[in-house]
Design a binder for this molecule. Structure first.
Ligand code: ADP
Ligand code: MG
Length: 676
């Protein structure tokens, strides 16, 4: 059940709850509806933009370079800007402005509190957030993200705060029950490796129907305390692929991604569910192979790192230029970051730079990348849904999304862990308490009344109505159009039936003898013809042709077909055995003046008084012409004679003539039938 709601509107919430109750009563109406249950809150509206925030951190000199008296090539100007020497012109400096600049004296706490801590609250709103450390190898990315036991970086600080926040917000008596899970992976040489389960091979990155990026089969560990986090994280960090380069003894050879998910379940109706994801990413550095001294495997690794960072640059450029295609899929890194760059996350990019002159070119390129990233606009939204099955485990949706190949990869005991990630008893016990029926009985009577009336309203539409509610808009339009066409078709068939009935009556009226013969056996061929009467007008003329042969003997004959119009035939040659339709094309009618006048009068009356529908009962008048006639009448008043029809725009003189021929006889015959 895909639901779009606005959280501020009580009617929407009521409708959601009503739908929920109906689902509970008639789950089979919603077969297959459980696939994409989370929805973007306010998906109807465009989420407000949130620019990617960019901070630059300059690390201090390391390895005693400062002691050698080397001046830094970068200098901070204030808390947001810095300057770097211009290699093209030594008299000049290049100036950059960012959301924050952290100088060499800044502490881990400064960086964390200034740029990372403020976005954590969005996770509890069901929104995504990401922190990326970018910069050349040895510039301090890992120091910023991970730090050391003495100087913990962004990751431990954020985890500490997040766990504290979830404990406070999800405590007993609070409206939401919260749970936190963690996953840890690295992208090494374009392979996605699960650091919590190094034995698993390369994992696939998928996108769900809401555009969320996910990795089926990735281990998720529930964590309730910082000790829990450390228990999983520290050994996993040792699994990370590192190697020594000339720039950094323990250079990160891969992009490391820590994913922390915060799941929320509302304890009371309407039992909403939210999911916020936090990506903490320590990117591998861009490498200049001349300086790293890379050869063999290191060179190959470096190629993969460089190419993924190159794609990252292309993604940022495409987003900035508003290109229709953003090359997220060109590398695993950008595919994973699709959520964070130009996507749905609150994103922070921390560009790490080094003060040493040997880093100069890398520093300039890192600063340029950071300046381009600053222009990228994200649109964070809240991932929210109704808990369709109150007792279902949170990870049901994740499991549903695991494809057959991924399901194979998901291992036995691990799968159990993925499948039941609720670490605390609180959410489970809370959910066990939740029964919509119990809540209903203890509900405010006014609310209950409104819900029941909504329910009645939906019920009164019958199953068709309920299906209509679930039918996507485009499909609904197609169905409605088909129904309209069917109605028109029925209408047309009814008209044809009427015409045929009129003809039969006319035939009976003209010759009572014929009436005797018009036993079902005689009428049957006519009735059968209704199926094939593609040209009913011709038949209307043919019938009098048959009559005339008998009527030539009658002195009271009122309808005559005498004149030869075509060159090939004469009246005398008219033989009943001859094909009727050919004859019709060649002969014109002569009708007694009295009947003609009557027919004309009838047509005139119909033209002046008949509705568009009545007019369509006339020969040669379809829907369009009927409307034209009614429109003309409204504009110019009644028709004084039938020939006025010619004045109606869209009806030519020739058409009018054939209209008269086709109609007068039928109506005259009807008159005769009436009077006899
Ligand atoms: P990267 O991950 O970008 O390759 P590292 O984080 O490993 O770089 O940093 C390289 C070296 O610089 C490490 O020895 C680290 O301790 C040191 N370092 C980085 N940033 C700082 C800082 N802000 N203060 C002190 N030392 C730092
Ligand atoms: Mg590193």
């Amino acid at each position: 059940m895909k639901i779009k709601v606005c959280l501020t509107c009580s009617q929407c919430l009521l409708l959601m709850f009503a739908k929920y109750m109906i689902w509970f009563a008639t789950p089979d109406l919603y077969v297959g509806a459980g696939r994409c249950r989370l929805s973007k809150v306010g998906a109807g509206r465009r989420p407000p933009p949130a620019r990617v925030r960019v901070a630059v951190r300059l690390r201090p000199f390391v390895d005693g370079t400062a002691a050698a008296g080397e001046p830094p090539c970068v200098r901070g100007l204030d808390s947001c800007s810095l300057e770097i020497a211009n290699w093209r012109n030594h008299q000049e400096t290049l100036k950059y402005q960012f959301d924050a600049f952290y100088g060499e004296r800044s502490s881990q706490q400064d960086v964390y509190a200034g740029s990372v801590q403020p976005i954590l609250r969005h996770l509890l709103e069901g929104q995504n957030a990401s922190v990326l450390a970018y910069g050349p190898t040895g510039a301090g990315k890992t120091h910023t993200m991970l730090g050391s036991p003495e100087q913990p970086g962004v990751i431990p600080r954020a985890l500490m705060d997040l766990l504290q926040l979830t404990r406070e917000e999800g405590g007993e008596g609070r409206p939401w029950a919260l749970s936190v899970t963690m996953s840890y992976l690295e992208i090494y040489q374009e392979k996605v490796l699960d650091l919590l389960d190094p034995a698993s091979g390369d994992l696939v990155i998928r996108e769900d129907c809401r555009g969320n990026i996910l990795i089926p089969g990735l281990t998720q560990k529930p964590i309730t305390s910082f000790a829990d986090f450390e228990r999983h994280f520290l050994p996993a960090s040792r699994n990370r692929t590192v190697g020594a380069t000339r720039l950094n003894q323990r250079s990160s050879r891969s992009h490391a991604v820590l994913l922390v998910k915060v799941d929320q379940r509302e304890r009371l109706a309407p039992f909403r569910q939210r999911e916020g994801k936090l990506y903490l990413i320590d990117l591998a550095g861009s490498e200049d192979n001349r300086r790293t001294g890379n050869k063999g495997l290191r060179l190959k690794e470096s190629g993969a790192i460089n190419s993924s960072l190159f794609v990252l640059g292309k993604v940022v450029d495409a987003l900035n230029q508003g290109l229709p295609r953003v090359p997220y899929r060109d590398s695993k890194l950008t595919r994973l970051l699709q959520d964070s760059l130009g996507g749905s996350a609150h994103s922070i990019l921390i560009a790490n730079i080094a003060p040493e002159r040997r880093f100069y070119l890398d520093t300039v390129s890192a600063l340029n990348f950071a300046a381009r990233s600053k222009e990228v606009i994200n649109r964070p939204f809240t991932n929210e849904s109704l808990q369709l099955r109150v007792l279902a485990p949170i990870k049901l949706s994740q499991k549903e999304l695991v494809g057959p190949s991924e399901a194979k990869r998901a291992r036995g005991p691990e799968e159990e862990e993925i499948g039941s990630p609720e670490p605390t008893a609180a959410p489970a016990s809370a959910s066990q308490k939740l029964s919509p029926l119990q809540k209903l009985s203890s509900m405010d009577p006014a609310v209950l009344e409104r819900l029941l009336s909504l329910d009645r309203l939906l019920g009164s539409q019958g199953s068709q109505g309920t299906h209509g509610l679930n039918t996507p808009r485009r499909e609904r339009m197609v169905l409605m159009k088909t129904m309209e066409e069917k109605d028109l078709e029925i209408e047309r068939l009814k008209m044809k039936q009427k015409e045929l009935e009129a003809k039969v009556l006319a035939q009976e009226a003209v010759d009572p003898k014929d009436k005797e013969n018009s036993s079902p056996a005689v009428l049957r061929p006519l009735a059968r013809r209704t199926v094939t009467v593609a040209k009913p007008l011709k038949k209307a003329v043919v019938m009098p042709l048959q009559l005339i042969q008998e009527q030539t003997a009658s002195p009271n004959a009122e309808i005559h077909i005498l004149k030869k119009k075509g060159r090939k035939r004469k009246l005398e040659s008219l033989d009943a055995s001859e094909p009727e339709e050919k004859a019709e094309d060649c002969w014109e009618l002569q009708i007694s003046p009295e009947l003609l006048a009557h027919g004309r009068q009838k047509i005139l009356d119909l033209l002046n008084e008949g509705s568009a529908r009545d007019l369509r009962s006339l020969q040669r008048i379809g829907q369009k012409k009927a409307q034209l006639i009614v429109g003309w009448r409204e504009l110019h008043g009644p028709f004084s004679q039938v020939e006025d029809l010619e004045r109606v725009e869209g009806i030519s003189g020739k058409q009018m003539e054939s209209f008269l021929k086709a109609n007068i006889l039928g109506l005259a015959a009807c008159h005769r039938c009436d009077t006899s």
